[in-house]
Each structure stands twice: as C-alpha cells, then as structure tokens.
Design a protein around this ligand. Sequence first.
Ligand code: ZN
Length: 414
Amino acid sequence: MIYQLKLPELTLKCLTDVVYLQMCFLRYASSRTALDQQSCEKYFSRHRRFRGRYQQIAKWLWGKKRLTFLKLLEKFAQGSTEEKRQWSKQMYREVIEFLQNPVGSITPNINKPTLSWQIAATEFLIKFYDEYLGDSKGAFPKSFFSGSELERFGREKFLSEFEKLNRIKVCPACDDERYSRIDHYLTKIFYPHLSCHPYNLVPICNTCNSDNKGEKNLLGSKSGNLRKLENIFLPYRGDGFQTDTYLKISLEQGLRKPIIIGLKVHPGKDLLERVEVYQYIFNIPDRWQKSIQTIDELVYRQIKQNIQSHVDGNSLKRGNLNIFGVRDLLDGILCNLFDNQGLVQWHFPMTWHLVTLINREIEPAVHSSTPINLENYELLKDIADWLIQDTIPHPVHERRDLAQKLCNVVLNRE
Ligand SMILES: [Zn+2]
C-alpha cells in the first residue's frame, strides 16, 4: 500500500471472532463424517470462546436459510479423517500466525490436490465473505461475536470504521479513484482461510481490484518459490511506501513531458522486492505514467493559481516577487500537496513531480552566480508572465551590484 493504514479495533475484534468461528466449524467437521446440530453444539460448548452462544451458533448452521453452508461443510466432512484434520490444522495455524506475527510463509490452497472435500471447504469459507461482507446490506449474526454490545457488523460498518480511523479518501493502492471494494489482499481463491481475516481485508478501488490485481497471487514468484510475508507490503503492518520511497521523474523530454522512471527506495532501506511485487500486482507507478499529462496539468494549475492569487493579493507590490519569493510560494504548494496525500487524487505523484520541477528550475536559479535569464528557465518564464513581471529579480545580484558600485566609487577615484 502507498499509505500506512490502521486497522480499527472493532474490525479486528469482530473479524477475529469470525475467523475463529470458521476454523472451529472446520475442525468440528474434520472430527466426524456425519454432522448434526446436537454434536455441533456439544463441540462448540467445549471452547470457552463460544460460551453462552454455542447453541445459537449451531442453530445458525441448521437454519433454513443456511442450507448451502451446511451442504458444503457436510461435503468437507466426507474427506479422509487424517487428511482433513491436517489440512484444517494447518489453516488454523496460519490464521493465528497471521493475526499475531505475519512473518514466514502462508500456504496457498492451489498447491494442494484439489479434492472435492477441499473445494467444498474453500467455498464454505469464502461464502462467509460473500454473504456478510461482499454485499452492502449483509451483516454477520450477533451470535458470531464474543462481545454483547454489537448489533451489526458487515460491509457498511467495516467501511465506516475504516474511514473513521484512517485519513484516507482515495484508493490506498493507486492514489487515483475512491475506494469502493473490500479487497482480499491475499486473494481468496488461493487463501480461503484468510477470506474474512481482519489483516487481509482492505478497501481499494474497482480498477485495482478487478483490472489489475485480479487473481494474481502476491506471494507467487516467477521462480515458483513462494515469497515470504515479510517480502511484500502488508496493509496495517508497518508503513506504506509513501514513507520510504520517492518517485523518480525525468524531464529530459521537456518540462511538460515528464517521464516516470520508477519508485526509488531511500538509502539504507531494504524494500526493493516489496516495491517490485507492488509494481507487478497493481501496475503502479506504470498507471501514473498513462495519466502523466493530467497529473502535470494539475501541478501547473496549482502553481498558476497560487502565483495569480499572489498577484491579486498584492496589487500594490506587483512586479516585486523575486526568486526567493517564488521558491517560498512553490515550497508552500509542495507542503500542501504532501499534507493532502491520501485525501486527494494523485497527490503522491504530484508531490514528486513538483519536487522534480523545483530541483530542475528553481534551485539552479536560486544558486546561480549570474542574474536570471528567463530564456534558460521555462517554468520561471511562465511564472514571470503570470506575475505580470518582465523578470524574476535575484536580490543577491542586486546586492552584489550595489557592492560593486560602492567599490567602484573608490576604485574610480584612485
Ligand atoms: Zn486503486
């Protein structure tokens, strides 16, 4: 993710309850071949976590509307006892490890033989997401939760809690559109046991979800070996790449034809693989290059508006803005872009585009030992036009001219 995301406490609590419940259903069905409400109730009653609600949980599964859930779990129960036990045990272990300490590997379902009982269990797990988080009206039954205070938790609550805690309005994966989908960061096809996992669900936009990520496996690699969790960016864990990378942009083709070179990692940070995976999954920053003309226009518009409002606000001082004043104005826009990253579309690439412009056009002019010749500075020339000035004065040179004059007084007399 570009931005650091925080996991709301309520989401963590509720979805932790849901994944424990899912795992317990699997373990119950791996302990026998015939399922019935009474034995299910008894199985759940042995776990302290389900105290006071095991009857409702069993009642839920045998409810008329849950026939598909029950059929799938019954199909899973038909697998060989030892195999399904091992299988669900591994899933349970990975679910817990991903809750506590997300390092090492997580085994995708695809690497295993696709036996019918496994397919049924996969569908069973994913169905919880589809019914209660995928649909805007869905919400988990109250009996799923260990706390008594909660009325409903579903897609709407997930998103409203996320919004309350995170200062993010745009998709945290692409910085472009508004987020609208609850995405399985590790895709549910490969990792069904994480389909309702609190650390695996993140709101992103439709384009990222469907057109770019699709069914790509974040942990898969070209070599065939699985990546470890510590080698990819994880939502809610650590910083996003906003903190430790910058966007390198080239202006070699012209000031108004920026070319994105790529995301570069700050010195001393070991993030290269994470950035590569990110680029492969979401096509970022390649997608920004496709919109670079618009991004460039947005940056220029901000510069122009700021310069013009300076002119309007200082009508008496018109013609007086020097290179240091110009730099201050642009620095102000830069800080504003940075502060609004995550809130307004494309503010991450816009920030680095402006940094590139300042480094290319403003800094050399500020540090120039000769007066500014606008012919050499395309952006400064535009700025002078917007300021209705013929030139951008450089006070150091004015001072130097004065000093030279004073020296000349003495020199000419001798
Ligand atoms: Zn997106």
